[in-house]
Ligand binder design. Structure first.
Ligand SMILES: O=C[C@H](O)[C@H](O)COP(=O)(O)O
Ligand SMILES: C=C(OP(=O)(O)O)C(=O)O
Ligand SMILES: [Mn+2]
Length: 615
């Protein structure tokens, strides 16, 4: 380069520096003006977002029109960033993403759409994202264009590469900023058509069928009063979260991911406290982390909790020392103590169960919001890796007490469906799965995901008819079959059942409950061997692979506590240990260490799948 050329270059560089200084000064002036506007907006005195989407669009449009050589993308990108930072200077505003089928993609697109200034995080549920938006300090981004609250409006969309909406932005904006009303309604209908309840169904239809395993209430009037109270109370779970679970389960039905379902055989009133919920939550989180490292896809955390208060029994009565009383049927029905008063079914227990479920769900929400910290700790302790994201914890229980379920079933107009609002997923027990019985009748009409226990007495054509009755539209995410045969019988029964659902082209998930077919007695107590449990799970994986079916999950009775109810595991519990801490109200549960042993073994069984997936 000649001396003259380098002098010229230095001059030009000097000019660029002067222009940059001017741009910076102007940006700072603009930020100061924006802060003054923020104070003026404060004077409006409401809790609205500081964001004014319509005004932002006008600014960019005006600049596009004014530009002579600057390309539209340059203007859009530069002003997106400037305005995003101005917004944060006016008021810290977060972007809160509801759970999504494609979380990484949504996060990346939301970042590109809203600019780099805002903090972005995932909420555990759509309901929690909306709750954040209600404060006026966050924008919720949901998979569905719905809010269900008068203060919140749909005002923007996050689009994918294909220009289809990945997320719908909802917040406290002025009416003039809202997107057209009829568009979201229409969109929501189309999506929700997946879940519609059958038109020939009502929540009371089950009463015309035979209902097995129901309590014998001595006072019908008292039951009706309780049903009225429950019918007047708020839903325990949100429809949006149930839909989220359906979406996650449909991924599993498409061979991506694994369902981890577990918790007490029977929840107890007496032993309920926040710490108990916390240990269950943490145990599921820990097992989920082990499984996730081995699974191609997500782990769906499904707790047996917040409703698992009723037990079907092999015998209706129990005799001790010549005295015969009704069997204990779970705390929602009667008490475990062997006295006539305690064993008499009392419908007011349904109200206590409902209240405990409500508190449990609130605790689960709180723990799930704090799960970033739990996961970080877990990863540090175990050396596991993976992105830290809050873990949604779904609730599930056996839909046994139909008076309770009916009273909390709600119509949701946008989805044109009935929803059981006692839990995200309900299942039908092995003793109550009669094709023409009341339990199948009730469950066929609610739009929740439904589980069906499949034991050794289930015949192939009976299963196919049940599947057709419960899921006539054959929608992935609706039905989860839960095999529970026992390690000695699984190889005899499961292959033909799996083959039948595969040949019938059913979009459902097969999982294994290795508990209920492996119960044995040890003196007066019931127990289970960890080795039987592992053997049934291993057989399940082998059979599923041989039949070309995705091994979609496991269903365990377990507790975060240090109980001695099942035998074996790495702590090698033996029969003499049972008397130390045998605390279950019904069936023997894995203790924390045994549950982790099982999760680690299952992670080993899942790993080949991941390898073949990667190949
Ligand atoms: O949890 C399931 C059942 O309620 C339980 O296995 C029944 O046990 P039982 O045979 O003691 O009645
Ligand atoms: C009653 C239960 O199981 P099953 O219906 O499979 O016996 C249960 O899961 O507690
Ligand atoms: Mn049980």
């Amino acid at each position: 380069m000649t001396e003259q050329q380098s002098r010229r270059l230095a001059e030009l560089r000097g000019e660029l520096d002067r222009i940059d200084d001017q741009i910076l000064d102007l940006i700072e002036q603009r930020m100061a003006a924006a802060s003054a506007i923020a104070r003026a907006k404060d004077d409006e005195g409401d809790q609205r977002l500081k964001l004014r989407p319509r005004r932002q669009a006008q600014i960019v449009e005006r600049l596009h029109a004014r530009a002579t050589s600057a390309r539209p993308e340059l203007i859009a990108n530069v002003w997106r960033e400037i305005m995003a930072h101005s917004l944060q200077a006016q008021a810290a505003t977060e972007i809160v993403l509801a759970p999504s089928d494609t979380p990484e993609l949504l996060e990346a697109r939301a970042r590109a759409h809203f600019g780099s200034a805002a903090a972005i995080r995932f909420a555990v549920s759509a309901a929690q994202a909306l709750k954040a938006a209600l404060s006026g300090e966050a924008i919720a981004v949901l998979q569905e264009p719905i809010s269900g609250d008068d203060h919140l409006r749909l005002f923007d969309m996050v689009l994918g590469e294909d220009r289809q909406p990945l997320g719908f932005a909802i917040g406290r904006v002025a009416a003039e900023d809202a997107l057209a009303e009829e568009a979201p309604e229409k969109k929501r209908r189309v999506r929700f058509a997946d879940h519609q309840s059958p038109s020939d169904w009502t929540p009371v239809g089950w009463r015309e069928r035979r209902a097995e395993q129901q309590p014998d209430y001595p006072d019908a009037g008292a039951l009706q009063r309780v049903e009225r109270r429950l019918a007047g109370s708020a839903p325990l779970v949100e429809v949006a979260d149930i839909i989220h679970l359906r979406a996650s389960l449909s991924q599993v039905a498409n061979a991506q991911g694994f369902i981890l379902q577990g918790g007490d055989c029977a929840e107890s009133f007496a032993e309920f406290n926040a710490e108990k919920v916390r240990t269950t939550y943490k145990l599921l989180l820990q097992m989920g982390a082990l499984l996730r490292s081995a699974t191609a896809g997500e782990v769906v955390h499904l707790a047996r909790i917040a409703g698992q208060f009723a037990k079907p029994r092999s015998a209706g009565s129990e005799t001790i020392g010549g005295v015969t009383l009704p069997s204990y049927r779970g705390d929602a029905v009667n008490g475990p103590a062997f006295t006539a008063a305690s064993r008499t079914p009392d419908p007011r227990r349904l109200l206590d169960a409902h209240r405990q479920a409500q508190v449990t769900i609130e605790l689960l929400h709180a723990y799930a919001s704090a799960s970033y910290a739990d996961l970080a700790e877990l990863h540090a302790e175990t050396g596991l890796e993976g992105p830290l994201r809050p873990v949604s914890m779904f609730t599930s229980h056996e839909a046994l007490l139909l008076n309770y379920e009916q009273a909390l079933t709600r119509w949701d107009a946008p989805s044109e469906s009935w929803w059981a609002t006692t839990g995200h997923m309900l299942w039908i027990g092995d003793r109550t799965r009669q094709l023409d019985g009341a339990h199948v009748e009730f469950c066929r009409g609610v739009a929740n995901p439904i589980g069906l226990k499949c034991g050794p007495s289930l015949k192939v054509d009976e299963l196919l008819r049940l599947v057709e009755r419960l899921d006539p539209e054959n929608r992935a995410g609706r039905l989860v079959l839960i095999g529970r045969f026992g390690s000695a019988k699984v190889a005899e029964h499961l292959p033909e059942l799996m083959r039948a659902t595969r040949r019938a082209g059913r979009n459902l998930v097969w999982t294994i409950d290795p508990m209920h077919g492996n119960t044995r007695s040890a003196g007066a107590r019931k127990t289970r061997l960890v080795s039987d449990i592992l053997a049934e799970i291993a057989a399940f994986f082998a059979i599923a692979r041989a039949e070309g079916v995705h091994p979609g999950g496991m269903h365990l009775e377990m507790t975060g506590g240090d109980v001695t109810e099942c035998l074996g595991g790495s702590a090698s519990l033996v029969e003499e240990d049972l008397e130390r801490r045998y605390l279950t109200h019904c069936d023997p549960r894995l203790n924390r260490g045994q549950a982790i042993d099982v999760a680690a073994a299952v992670a080993g069984l899942l790993a080949p799948e991941r390898r073949s997936d990667a190949a």
